[in-house]
Design a protein. Structure first.
Length: 293
């Protein structure tokens, strides 16, 4: 079914797992992500930037997510990632996105609250969920951290106040991750995440910059309350590597489908690997389920 963020995160909380939220950059990548999630029998969140939403067309994105959710019998959320512009948020909600993020993290606390509340009020009217953000998630360029000096972790007390005053459905937290970190790995501040988790009493938390998170850290952050796990760059890097090789190998009059198909396989493999981790099944549990089969 085509569902809201609130619905899938409630299920993730019940099952102590995270839902993968994957950035698509074009319309071709989208079916590969949904099919991979259907294979893994988990809900999935498709997210796009404001730029990608305009490039593909908001209504086209909604139509594909709705029809594939129905065809594959998988819960799909369509989410607008890191939106700062209210007009873009309104366009997405009006088109039928089932979730939007208002990123007011660069604003003073009070302005972030006011901006987020305005988005929550609009999104509710359109039946969409809202993710807010507090603190600074870093950024990287070619694997080099460009924002170490400005890192500002999410304050646990502010997080609790922010959730209460805005009415959001999920909160993105700054705990040391960086967007775009694919050559190196992130040092997560687990103590900070634990303090936030305790302050917000199990409210669904979101990790950004998932590409840089080590596989072995995934279980720990989920156990500390991460319910939405964002992954973008990993898909792009694998797509680009596979399609570069295909374009190089194929003739100029080959159907360009042949250049895209290897990229789709590469993306699907990344998505399936991540989702397997996000299910947070311990080795003991997976042994039990194999034994029962
Ligand atoms: P990465 O591109 O680092 O995986 O981050 C994705 C993300 O957090 C999108 O908001």
């Amino acid at each position: 079914m085509y569902v809201t963020l609130r619905e899938v995160l409630a299920e993730a909380t019940r099952l102590n797992m995270a839902i993968g939220s994957f950035n698509t950059h074009n319309i071709e990548m989208l079916p590969a992500i949904i099919r991979a999630a259907a294979n893994q029998k988990t809900p999935v969140i498709i997210q796009t930037s404001e730029g990608t939403a305009s490039y593909i067309g908001q209504r086209n994105l909604v139509a594909v997510c709705r029809s594939m959710a129905e065809e594959y019998g998988v819960d799909v959320v369509l989410h607008l990632d890191h939106a700062k512009d209210f007009a873009e948020i309104r366009k997405a909600v009006d088109a039928g996105f089932s979730s939007v993020m208002f990123d007011g993290s660069a604003l003073p606390f009070k302005e972030n609250i006011l901006g987020t509340k305005r988005v929550v009020a609009y999104a509710r009217g359109g039946g969409a969920s809202v993710e807010g953000e507090l603190g600074t998630v870093g950024g990287t360029e070619d694997g080099i951290c460009i924002s170490k000096q400005q890192v500002c972790y999410t304050d646990p007390d502010q997080a609790s106040e922010f959730i209460e005053l805005t009415g959001i459905d999920a909160l993105a937290v700054a705990i040391g991750t960086n967007h775009g970190q694919y050559r190196s790995k992130t040092s997560i501040n687990f103590d900070q995440l634990e303090r936030i988790r305790d302050a917000v009493h199990g409210f669904p938390l979101v990790i950004h910059g998932g590409t840089g998170v080590r596989d072995e850290d995934v279980r720990r952050v989920i156990d500390l309350g991460i319910r939405k796990f964002n992954v973008g760059t990993d898909l792009l890097v694998h797509w680009n590597r596979a399609s570069l090789a295909a374009y190089e190998a194929n003739k100029e009059n080959t159907s360009n489908r042949e250049d895209v198909l290897p990229a789709l396989d590469a993306v699907a493999a990344v998505v399936e690997h991540r989702i397997e981790l996000f299910k947070n099944i311990s080795s003991a549990q997976s042994g039990e389920s194999h034994a029962a089969e």
